[in-house]
Write a protein that binds this ligand. Structure first.
Ligand code: PEP
Length: 258
């Protein structure tokens, strides 16, 4: 089963609107020759930069994503953002349950599930993040933790909706640390995630769901990671903040995609 590569840049709390616009303007010509049939290229700026970036990516092969979505349509939820607000700007992808949201802002599998269901109901393409902490891996609990995050985060999702989800496996110990899981280690975990998806949604859906790797992925290691059977792209932090490093990563990843 070949799945289209998806490389998404998570810009986190970086770049003002003006800086975000410059970054995407610099990126556009560098990836202009990447055929949209070969890969989805997504950038996920912070909320205040979404409008500027939406404008800048019009007519290009770069798609717009954001970093969160609230489950309620509107109301007293200070600091949150609704589906309608994101839709109006033209956001297509939504990152849900990033480990920084889980670690610093109390995101749980239950809140991930609520955000996910709203994102699906409102027609977004969710990128659902899961991943174990270093202590989990060292304690031999990686699969148990991932199983729990998957079961809780994806609870009640229909087969038809599951097919619209992208999963991002991000070992927390590899995020922003320069420590990457080896391709073999990442593949072993991706295969475990794939088996959960196949069991839960059937192979006809499970085999189509794209699973990104995230955690210190860069131009230098993208090709070997994406060459693995169940690694279908990347969710990129640091290396997405410069046009040349992100473009090189995209091209290396596609060059070696299965
Ligand atoms: C991330 O936060 O999603 C991430 C993978 O960051 P980095 O690429 O910097 O490790």
């Amino acid at each position: 089963m070949s799945r289209k590569v998806i490389i998404a840049g998570n810009w986190k709390m970086n770049k003002t609107a003006a800086e975000a616009k410059s970054l995407v303007e610099a990126l556009k010509p560098l990836v202009a020759d990447v055929c949209p049939n070969k890969a989805d290229i997504v950038v996920c700026p912070t909320f205040t930069s979404l409008a500027a970036v939406a404008d800048a990516v019009k007519g290009s092969n770069i798609k717009l994503g954001c970093q969160n979505i609230h489950w309620a349509a509107s109301g007293a939820f200070t600091g949150e953002i609704s589906a309608a607000m994101l839709k109006e700007i033209g956001v297509e992808y939504v990152i849900i349950g990033h480990s920084e949201r889980r670690q610093y802002f109390g995101e749980t599998d239950e809140s991930v599930n609520k955000r996910l269901k709203t994102a699906l109901a409102e027609g977004f393409k969710p990128i659902v993040c899961i991943g174990e902490m270093l202590a989990d891996r060292e304690g031999g609990k990686t699969e148990q933790v991932l199983e729990q995050q998957l079961a809780g985060g994806l609870a009640g999702v229909t087969k038809a909706d599951a097919a619209k989800i992208v999963l991002a496996y991000e070992p927390v110990w590899a995020i922003g640390t320069g420590k990457t899981a080896t391709p073999a280690m990442a593949q072993e975990t991706h295969a475990f995630i794939r088996s959960f998806l196949n069991r839960t949604f059937g192979t006809e859906v499970g085999e189509t769901i794209r699973i990104q790797y995230g955690g210190s992925m860069k131009a230098e290691n993208a090709a070997e990671l994406v060459a693995e059977k169940d690694i279908d792209g990347g969710l990129i932090g640091g290396a997405a903040l410069k046009a040349d490093s992100f473009a090189a990563l995209v091209k290396n990843a596609i060059g070696n995609a299965l």
